[in-house]
Design a binder for this molecule. Structure first.
Ligand SMILES: Nc1nc2c(c(=O)[nH]1)N[C@H]1C(S)=C(S)[C@@H](COP(=O)(O)OP(=O)(O)OC[C@H]3O[C@@H](n4cnc5c(=O)[nH]c(N)nc54)[C@H](O)[C@@H]3O)O[C@H]1N2
Ligand SMILES: Nc1nc2c(c(=O)[nH]1)N[C@H]1C(S)=C(S)[C@@H](COP(=O)(O)OP(=O)(O)OC[C@H]3O[C@@H](n4cnc5c(=O)[nH]c(N)nc54)[C@H](O)[C@@H]3O)O[C@H]1N2
Ligand code: SF4
Ligand SMILES: [Mo]
Length: 718
């Protein structure tokens, strides 16, 4: 039990004589609630918030936060580049000098090129209101996120069918009777609360179907598991829709009353039979028809997950879109146990937090990525960062070039494809600033590194979480910074002071929080007991019979009519595009696919000693038959060559019958080459480097990059 931690003496007794601070994990973007046990400014133990449903549980990465805190290979003070970009010659400077330098460069560039010349990107999420306010204050609309390399297709699929963003699209796993996970490895690509809820549902008898290109931990817990030919999921889903309609398995009453676009959809899917899809996907036709029947039996408590990391193919948006269409045909949209709209503080009869973005007017200038003007379908809140990078040298007509780029907790040189091509684009910048708590390829290439305190050493602004049970939560400082690093709010305040944005200058975290809580009737002390404040006791479901989805029609749009209108007429983007079979790998090559492993987050934990010990490098998964043909045996090591024959690093292999023969699979985020990361350097394959030309491959319907449209070959080492 977690309470068996041995007793240590300390003054402020809470547990084992130590102090407890409720805070928020920062080891991945799931941001689980945690409780930090400290004594004399030292972290003794990390728990999943003892007052939350996590009841002490944390994932391996969450526990390894202590090693991040102690890591002396992270940036320890502000740094200004001395040598050439990427050369790794730095001058350690004071915060005053670094912030003066950045503010001066921003001012110079804005005077010369216009206010829009500043581009910002980050990992978005609940802690961004302050930085969004900062960008409004600067007068630039160019705020982008990592999303085109992650969830943008799924996000837009949710918008296109439900009118809700991905964040407001809630999976009611706890009450589901059948869950379908397609390109979603819920037990290894972890959001801890979600993973636990799904486990509990499975124990209560909920059925799980997994569709993946390889066996993963999630498939090992599934009732049905289908290995699918990479890139054919859209065919599979079209055939499920065909079966639901042709065999009268869908919910006619719900479809009539609450959806639009059924007739167009039905006509469109008519040729896409299970028999046809089975050939495309390499799956038995019965697998498809049986699944349709099983789902109909569980309806409406059905969740066909539209995916998370869906930046994979030219039709990934349609895979997510059809997942939601299937759920809707079964009456699962808006139903308890299905996919439901998130609720806000207002729905609980409470005031929301006061917002920093409201301090300055919205910036109505054209964006560097073309959104909002050329393209009204896509969410400018997420942006198209790869298009904004093009605007460094060739901006859209009438838009000034991007000359200042602030990469805020974001590493596009690893997270976006083709780093060599991206570096060439970044070379056109006057200023590249990286704000980060660990070294990254982007930080190493930056002009200025502003080191952020780790999540255990800093506060964050109060965040709101919408969902079935809306809440406010806050990250608190559990220990003092080990090095000369700062919290987000301190860095933004420091820049704002120098740039004349007085409303964003705060001299303490309390002042930040007091601003946010104004009008809510709450004080920061109200967070002491739990670290979060629930705005409702009971889960808030909408009344499915009266709820209006925020689409153009107020209904679930099976053919995404309103969303489709957001594209310029001549863009020729159909919401019901014909299926196009993926290219088969050229002789001797494999499609490179990737995903997560439970003990690492992206590429930024490989150098964490505790996690490195668990998985020090990625291995190349290869099908048994393919390995035999290539003369590869267990224990061999291979070099991975990209489409142009370039060496992308070497690693061990995992030979298994349970991966599709067209694919090789690697865990993302390895193959580092920074000399400052002594553990991670030269370990494994950098999948991002294999994706030559990938910055220009985009799903037209959803905006996500198509990261799995690339082929590699293997060469035995030795
Ligand atoms: N080839 C390939 N590319 C991919 C993927 C893939 O599977 N294969 N996955 C994609 C996915 S799903 C994603 S989300 C992206 C991730 O891409 P990124 O968002 O770039 O990845 P991270 O490593 O999470 O974070 C980037 C940097 O921010 C720092 N950081 C993390 N959290 C914080 C924080 O709270 N504050 C500050 N200041 N810094 C922080 C980290 O130290 C790291 O250096 O990559 C995408 N790209
Ligand atoms: N441990 C851990 N957890 C994380 C993260 C992390 O870095 N580490 N990152 C977080 C983030 S930012 C994200 S976006 C999520 C990602 O969450 P997921 O998208 O669920 O995670 P992935 O592992 O990238 O991919 C899921 C599965 O897709 C499969 N797949 C690949 N190609 C295809 C295909 O063509 N068809 C089908 N059907 N399946 C395919 C892969 O084999 C993999 O098992 O995870 C989050 N949680
Ligand atoms: S899933 Fe793990 S690493 Fe991510 S926030 Fe939760 S505990 Fe931390
Ligand atoms: Mo992601």
């Amino acid at each position: 039990s977690i309470f068996m931690v041995h007793s240590l003496s300390g003054e402020r007794c809470s547990m084992n004589g130590n102090q407890l601070t409720h805070s928020v994990c920062g080891m991945c973007s799931a941001r689980c609630p945690i409780t930090v046990e400290t004594c004399n400014d030292t972290v003794k133990m990390l728990y999943g918030n003892l007052q939350s449903p996590l009841k002490g549980a944390l994932c391996a990465r969450g526990v390894a936060g202590k090693a991040l805190l102690e890591d002396n290979e992270r940036p320890q003070s502000p740094l200004i580049r001395q040598g050439a970009r990427g050369e790794g010659k730095w001058r350690a400077v004071s915060w005053d000098e670094a912030l003066d330098h950045v503010a001066q460069k921003i001012t110079e560039a804005q005077n010369r090129y216009g206010r829009q010349t500043v581009l910002w990107s980050d990992r978005e999420g609940p802690f961004t209101d302050l930085s969004r306010g900062f960008m409004r204050g600067l007068g630039s609309p160019n705020v982008c996120s990592h999303s085109p390399s992650c969830d943008l297709n799924a996000h837009h699929a949710c918008k296109a069918v439900l009118g809700l963003g991905r964040g407001m699209t809630v999976y009611d796993f706890a009450n589901a009777k059948h869950i379908v996970l397609q390109t979603r490895n819920i037990f290894e690509a972890i959001n801890l609360g979600e993973a636990r809820t799904v486990m509990q549902a499975l124990r209560k008898g909920c059925k799980l179907t997994v569709i993946d290109i390889r066996q993963n931990v999630t498939s090992s817990k599934a009732d049905k598991f289908h290995i699918i030919r990479p890139g054919t999921d859209y065919a599979f889903n079209l055939a499920v829709i065909n079966t639901l309609i042709s065999e009268n398995l869908y919910n006619k009453e719900y479809v009539r009353a609450h959806t639009t676009g059924f007739d167009a959809l039905a006509a469109f899917v008519a040729p896409y039979t299970a028999q046809w899809a089975a050939q495309e996907c390499g799956i038995e036709p019965r697998a498809i028809t049986d699944l349709a029947h099983a789902l109909a039996a569980a309806a409406p408590q059905v969740i066909w997950h539209p995916g998370w990391m869906t930046s994979r193919y030219a039709d990934s948006f349609q895979v997510g879109r059809t997942a939601l269409v299937i759920t809707a045909l079964l009456g699962g949209t808006g139903a308890k146990g299905g996919i439901v709209p998130g609720r806000t503080p207002k729905d609980c009869g409470k005031s929301g937090l006061k917002k920093f973005v409201d301090l300055y007017p919205a910036v109505k200038l054209p964006r560097a990525d073309g959104l909002g003007f050329e393209n009204k379908a896509f969410d400018p809140g997420k942006g198209l960062l790869h298009k904004a990078f093009d605007a460094i040298s060739s901006p859209p007509e009438g838009v000034p070039p991007v000359k200042v780029y602030m990469a805020w907790r974001h590493d596009p040189l690893q997270g976006f494809p083709d780093p060599d091509a991206l570096k060439k684009k970044l070379d056109g910048l006057d200023l590249l600033v990286s704000t980060t708590f660990s070294w990254s390829d982007t930080a190493w290439y930056a002009d200025v590194v502003l080191p952020m305190s780790t999540y255990l050493e800093r506060e964050s602004i109060i965040a709101g979480k919408n969902g079935l049970k809306p809440q406010f939560f806050v990250r608190r400082r559990a220990v003092q910074p080990r090095y000369d690093t700062r919290a987000d709010w301190e860095i933004i305040s420091g820049l704002s002071r120098r740039l004349g944005l007085d409303s964003l200058v705060f001299d303490s975290a309390e002042a930040v929080w007091n601003f946010q809580l104004e009008g809510t009737g709450l004080t920061i002390e109200d967070f002491d007991a739990k670290g979060f404040i629930s705005l409702t006791d009971d889960a808030l479901y909408v009344d499915q019979s009266t709820y209006a989805f925020p689409t153009g029609s107020g209904k679930v749009e099976l053919s995404s009519e309103s969303y489709g209108k957001g594209f310029a007429e001549n863009a020729g983007i159909s919401m019901l595009p014909p299926y196009i079979s993926p290219q088969s790998p050229p002789e001797g090559t494999f499609r490179i696919t990737f995903g997560r492993v439970a003990v690492h987050t992206q590429g930024h934990t490989v150098n964490n000693p505790l996690l490195y010990e668990q998985v020090p490098e990625n291995t190349v998964w290869i099908n048994t038959d393919s390995a035999k043909r290539a003369g590869l045996k267990p224990g061999d090591r291979v070099r991975v060559l990209d489409a142009r024959g370039g060496n992308m690093g070497e690693a061990g292999i995992k030979i298994t019958a349970f991966i599709h023969p067209e694919a090789v699979f690697v865990v993302h985020g390895f193959g580092h080459d920074l000399p400052c990361e002594s553990l991670a350097v030269d370990k494994g394959i950098a999948d991002n480097k294999c994706l030559k030309g990938g910055l220009d491959l985009q799903d037209q319907g959803g905006g996500g990059l198509s990261l799995q449209e690339h082929f590699v070959s293997l060469e035995k080492v030795g």
